[in-house]
Design a binder for this molecule. Structure first.
Ligand code: 7TS
Length: 410
């Protein structure tokens, strides 16, 4: 397959990429915040509401069984996508944030006691930090952090030294959203298991870039977000090993998660429904199947090769001497196609506004990683993040726009 033709073909599946922004062609480089959605996903959302709208799992009528069948078939594909042992280990949530909150509130509360330790890294997104702060405050457990180095990688030696028998839960981000760094999670999982701790992986930024195999990784929990994987917003996944999910109390209570309800007490449904209280985002789940199919059809390998070529072109461009006002944040080469940077002498928000005037969408700010920003002694960065539909021409245009911005600074 000719890669140039195929990228053009892929772009044609994303209607939003034809948008004009401030009179310019949109160049969307904010994929770490959320990816755009292929037409198959948009069509599936519409088709559900046009033809199949009904609540799931609870009715004899035809629309309800059509909706239920489609809903559950996403779970089946998801099982294959992450290589879970069974589809019941895949729980639908609102997103990575809810998946982590679920584990912290349910598993955390079940196992943590005063003096136990929960181990994170210094580069966690707030959604893999604040829930653990809260459960530690409640249980008397102590938060510990794997330190990071100046290039934005974790200090693996320090990590292995800090993993001790008091650690009961390790929860780490696979790929940093602010830096792009890929963490050595297989080594961390092995070391954590050796002392009997359970491991949660925040795969928010990893799932669209790497093939996931939860059984090979042997992680205990993994959180995935649909909207960063070309799927709808308001939907995520919690993968958990059956024996752990079975032992955990429900996170939320109400309809769907029960087996039998009496006035004074209730018994709970089987997996995965025990953790899916209330009417879920049915349309999003159904459409998410198309996103998983989209990524599977292209293949993670093709995605990785293309994104790396874009990233390499960007890095090569930015290393020219004319870009001496640009300071890269997160320079470890073991990373995905995400780059944070500062334009020395200009606030990151102003850089973002100037790029937007050229039709270029990037994220600016602290990226929900305030402790990480503090570690670098900055308030925020400009972050460019590339996806399968971005092109070499867009990188050239981006570099030219950045050059003009740098030229404004005396
Ligand atoms: N973890 C990481 C590593 C993330 O990048 C994000 C979202 C989350 C958790 C939260 O995921 P959600 O499914 O609940 O949305 N990150 C970003 C970002 O980098 N810019 O906007 C959102």
């Amino acid at each position: 397959m000719n890669p140039i033709n195929s990228i053009a073909e892929i772009r044609s599946l994303f209607p939003v990429l034809n948008e004009q922004v401030n009179g310019k062609q949109l160049v969307y480089l904010d994929n770490a915040a959320t990816t755009q959605k292929p037409i198959s996903v948009i069509d599936a959302l519409q088709s559900y509401y046009l033809h199949d709208n009904a609540n799931i799992h609870r009715s004899a009528h035809t629309l309800a069984s059509r909706a239920t069948e489609q809903f559950e078939s996403t779970r089946e594909l998801l099982q294959t996508f992450i290589n879970a042992k069974e589809s019941a280990e895949c729980i639908f949530t609102k997103g990575v944030t809810e998946s982590i909150n679920l584990v912290a509130a349910s598993y955390g509360k079940l196992v943590l006691k005063a003096g136990d330790e929960v181990l994170l890294t210094e580069m966690e997104h707030h959604s893999n930090l604040v829930p653990w702060q809260r459960i530690c405050a409640e249980t008397g457990a102590v938060l510990k952090f794997i330190p990071i180095q100046t290039d934005g990688s974790i200090d693996l030696e320090a990590a292995l030294a800090i993993i001790n028998p008091k650690v009961k839960i390790v929860s780490v981000v696979w790929v940093s959203n602010a830096l792009g760094t890929i963490n050595p999670i297989a080594t961390i999982i092995e070391a954590a298991h050796a002392i009997g701790a359970k491991v949660m992986i925040d795969a928010a930024q990893a799932a669209s870039h790497f093939k996931i195999d939860v059984q090979a990784l042997d992680c205990d929990f993994m959180a995935i977000s649909s909207h960063k994987l070309y799927g709808p917003t308001g939907l995520g996944v919690l993968y958990g090993k059956r024996e752990l999910l079975e032992a955990m109390p429900p996170y939320q209570s109400g309809g769907e998660m029960i087996k039998e309800v009496f006035l004074t007490h209730s018994t709970y449904n089987e997996l995965p429904y025990k953790f899916e209280a209330g009417t879920p985002n049915i349309a999003a789940v159904i459409a998410f199947k198309m996103a998983l199919q989209f990524v599977t059809d292209i293949g993670h390998e093709t995605i990785a090769v293309h994104e790396k070529s874009l990233y390499d072109a960007f890095l090569l461009g930015i290393q020219q001497s004319s870009f001496n006002k640009i300071k890269l944040i997160g320079t470890n080469p073991h990373k995905i196609a995400v780059q944070s940077f500062e334009v020395v002498g200009m606030h990151h928000f102003d850089v973002g506004m100037l790029l937007d005037a050229s039709g270029i969408a990037v994220r600016t700010g602290h990226h929900c990683t305030q402790p990480l920003m503090r570690k670098f002694g900055i308030e925020g960065t400009v972050r460019a993040s590339f996806a399968i539909y971005n092109t070499a021409q867009e990188i050239d245009y981006f570099l030219a726009a950045l050059q003009k911005i740098c030229d404004r600074i005396k």
